[in-house]
Write a protein that binds this ligand. Structure first.
Ligand SMILES: *[C@@H]1O[C@H](CO)[C@@H](O)[C@H](O)[C@H]1NC(C)=O
Ligand SMILES: *[C@@H]1O[C@H](CO)[C@@H](O)[C@H](O)[C@H]1NC(C)=O
Ligand SMILES: *[C@@H]1O[C@H](CO)[C@@H](O)[C@H](O)[C@H]1NC(C)=O
Length: 397
């Protein structure tokens, strides 16, 4: 286990601390029975699903909120085992992304109705996970992280929580950035051992060949660096903010039209009458470094740690370039399902081929030629065009 991982992973409020495995100190907490966040209050409970909320403190002090829908609307089936599944959302999203359409259409409801015990990961910085043991969101240091920390702290802490609570390995389903950080995390054997199988929806692991015009313009104009130079530490694209001004810059070069479609690829799968509703829950805050890290993945080949420049890299990594995550070191026995869309402008076929190659043929795929980047989450037909295959895949392990 790498040294950062060996630091304390704590679950709060701290009720009891136990030693789980030799190197990993785990603090376990009881459930916070009061459900106050959006997933429970606005979605699960009003739709007739049970909802519990947990907090877990990462070893670098971020307090993450994890919601759990333990069983479906029909109640727990007596005697049936309910395998845990972790759902990990994309950048600028929070867990509510899995519940935005009707219970019949949304994966976050379909899984518990199909007999799974579903855990919703909210990565650091999102509204539900905006607390830290000593820092506040007003502190610059609160926002000092990138994909690396999501992979080395948030994912292991969540897997530990689920493992501690249920006593079993979890399935992992990630979307977009939730796939990037998953593979970076699963390189670590101790982390991967807590995962039974992974489903990567619209994976963005290698980003060097994206065709998203806004994404390309943003990266190659180094607007992420402009943003960092401004001294801002969290990435805010609300109107009137610097983030929004920089996006406007990118949009001078390319025709953005509808900002969502220009980032993700045109989609005819959205329920257009629900766009206003979706926008209440996104975009979620993230760190400026995290956006810069994603932009680096577009400019550089491969999945690498955060690039701090030659001097910074020497100091942090002991080498001039930022180290690459060796995806090939994930053993080929580890089961992975990739869900790909033909209109996904962030997930280019060349990048996907490289990913499949590096995962060394352990991979199964689902392909929907008419899907853009968000359609495995928001598409109105995903319930019949994708989720049955996802569920069959999970059930086969
Ligand atoms: C984002 O920017 C808007 C407009 O400048 C501002 O009102 C808001 O407080 C900012 N949000 C955060 C989390 O910094
Ligand atoms: C689209 O959303 C509207 C408003 O929420 C809903 O009434 C309608 O059933 C949805 N259409 C589809 C095809 O899901
Ligand atoms: C990556 O991992 C594979 C499989 O373990 C190994 O063969 C390869 O040498 C590694 N590559 C690097 C650059 O370390």
């Amino acid at each position: 286990m790498d040294p950062q991982m060996m630091k304390m992973i704590c679950l709060t409020p701290v009720v009891a601390c136990i030693l789980l495995v030799a190197a990993d100190h785990i603090c376990v907490a009881d459930v916070d029975a009061t459900s106050t966040t959006i997933v429970c209050t606005n979605f699960a409970l009003p739709n007739g699903y049970p909802c519990k909320e947990y907090t877990v403190t990462t070893s670098d002090g971020y307090i993450l909120t994890i919601q759990r829908i333990e069983h479906g609307r029909a109640g727990p089936q007596v005697g049936a085992s309910r395998p845990p599944v972790i759902l990990a959302a994309g950048v600028l999203q929070e867990a509510a992304q899995w519940l935005l359409n009707s219970p019949e259409q949304s994966l976050g409801y379909i899984l518990p109705d199909a007999g799974f015990d579903v855990w919703f990961l909210n990565f650091r910085g999102t509204t539900d996970s905006s607390r830290h043991v000593s820092l506040s969101t007003e502190d610059k240091e609160f926002w000092d992280w990138s994909l690396d920390e999501l992979a080395s702290f948030d994912i292991p802490a969540t897997l530990q929580l689920v493992y501690q609570t249920t006593g079993s390995q979890a399935y992992y389903i990630g979307h977009s950035q939730g796939t990037t950080v998953a593979l970076a995390a699963f390189i670590n054997t101790n982390v991967r051992q807590m995962v039974k199988a992974a489903v990567l929806l619209s994976p963005i692991v290698y980003l060097h060949h994206i065709t998203s015009q806004v994404g390309l313009a943003f990266s190659y104009m180094y607007l992420d660096q402009v943003y960092l130079l401004s001294g801002a530490s969290n990435f805010n694209i609300s109107s009137g903010s610097l983030g929004s001004a920089l996006l406007d810059q990118a949009c001078v070069k390319v025709n953005c039209g509808d900002i969502l479609n220009s980032f993700t690829g045109a989609s005819s799968e959205f329920n257009s009458s629900r766009m206003g509703f979706y926008s209440k829950f996104m975009p979620q805050p993230t760190s400026a470094n995290n956006i810069a890290h994603l932009a680096q993945l577009v400019r550089n080949d491969g999945l690498r740690k955060y690039d701090m420049g030659q001097v910074g890299n020497m100091n942090k990594y002991g080498q001039a370039t930022s180290p690459e995550y060796n995806i090939s070191s994930i053993p080929k026995e580890f089961p992975v399902l990739l869900a790909l869309g033909g209109l996904d402008h962030l997930s280019d076929p060349v990048d996907v081929q490289n990913l499949i190659y590096d995962l060394r043929c352990s991979v199964k795929t689902i392909y929907n030629p008419h899907y853009g980047h968000a359609d495995y989450i928001l598409g109105i037909n995903a319930w019949k065009e994708a989720y049955p295959q996802v569920i069959n895949f999970l059930r086969s392990f």
